[in-house]
Structure formats: structure tokens, C-alpha cells
Design a protein around this ligand. Structure first.
Ligand code: SF4
Length: 160
């Protein structure tokens, strides 16, 4: 799995999944919904790799999840990963999330079950939702959080 990610993403840390800021939120509510079938397939693969212990690190701009959308896909669903508003969403998400994780997100780290539990509690309380403002999926993610994140895919094994 590690070699696969390094080869497909060109990550500067081999075997590491690169995630932009607001995707640390989106992964918490991900239950198989997304812009296109290819996007969903890629995101499911990433969530599973995190569950299996593949390290993640913070990316600036389009990341390994964005890479699930081809240019053709982006035109079809009207989603632009380079929009300034998406970069703002990243900054707001990380400003709220980084203190909770209390580690260097610019280097590879394992997203543990405890870390996900902490992030989900903060998400459900609204503490980290500034990064969601203006996102078309807000209502869906509100409902998923209100439902206790039932059916979500990110469930890393506890490595702590
Ligand atoms: S509302 Fe949007 S930005 Fe927030 S977690 Fe859901 S999909 Fe991600």
C-alpha cells in the first residue's frame, strides 16, 4: 500500500497520504458519498489505507483526495479544488484542528483511533466547523454527526 501511494501521488514522503486542511474534517463524516464514482472509489481507498495505518500529513492545496477527480470530472460536477474559498476552508479547518491533535502535521503521522474520536467530538460540538462554512455538503455532514457518525468509513485500529 505504501509504495502504491508514493507512486500515484508523487508525495514527497513516500508511503504518506497527503491531506489538505479541510479534508481532516471530511474524512470524519465520509460514508461513501461524493462527487463522482471515481472520487468515491479513491476516497474509500484512502480511508481504508488510513484505517490500515498508512501515515498522513498536511498538504497545501490539492491533495490525494482531490486527485480522485479528473479534469473531466471537475468540469462535469463544477467542483474546483483550486478555488480561493477552498484554500480559506483549509486554513480555517487547520486552525481549529491542529491544536486538538497537538503534533507536527507537516510531517507524516498516524491518525489514531483516539485522534479520530477527539476530532469527531469537536466536529459534533461545532468547534471545528468554521472550515465547513459555504460547503454544499454541510447539511449532510450535520446529519451524519447528529447520528453519531454511524456508517462512516474512517475507523483506524487503535495503535496507541
Ligand atoms: S461540510 Fe463540507 S467541508 Fe465540512 S466535513 Fe462536510 S464535506 Fe467536509
Amino acid at each position: 500500500m505504501e509504495t502504491e501511494f508514493a507512486a500515484q501521488t508523487g508525495a514527497n514522503a513516500p508511503g504518506t497520504i497527503r491531506l489538505r486542511g479541510h479534508h481532516f474534517l471530511c474524512l470524519l463524516t465520509y460514508k461513501g458519498l461524493g462527487y463522482t464514482p471515481a472520487f468515491v472509489k479513491n476516497l474509500s481507498r484512502i480511508a481504508q489505507a488510513i484505517n490500515d495505518g498508512t501515515p498522513v500529513m498536511l498538504a497545501q492545496g490539492p491533495d490525494d483526495i482531490c486527485n480522485g477527480l479528473s479534469l473531466e470530472d471537475r468540469l462535469r460536477c463544477g467542483h474546483d479544488c483550486e478555488k480561493e474559498s477552498v484554500y480559506r476552508r483549509d486554513a480555517q479547518a487547520i486552525a481549529a484542528t491542529a491544536p486538538l491533535l497537538d503534533l507536527n502535521m507537516n510531517a507524516p503521522f498516524i491518525l489514531t483511533a483516539n485522534a479520530v474520536k477527539t476530532l469527531r467530538a469537536a466536529f459534533a460540538s461545532g468547534q471545528t466547523r468554521a472550515g465547513c462554512v459555504g460547503c454544499p455538503w454541510v447539511q449532510t455532514c450535520d446529519n451524519i454527526a447528529a447520528d453519531g457518525f454511524a456508517g462512516t468509513i474512517l475507523l483506524p485500529a487503535d495503535t496507541e
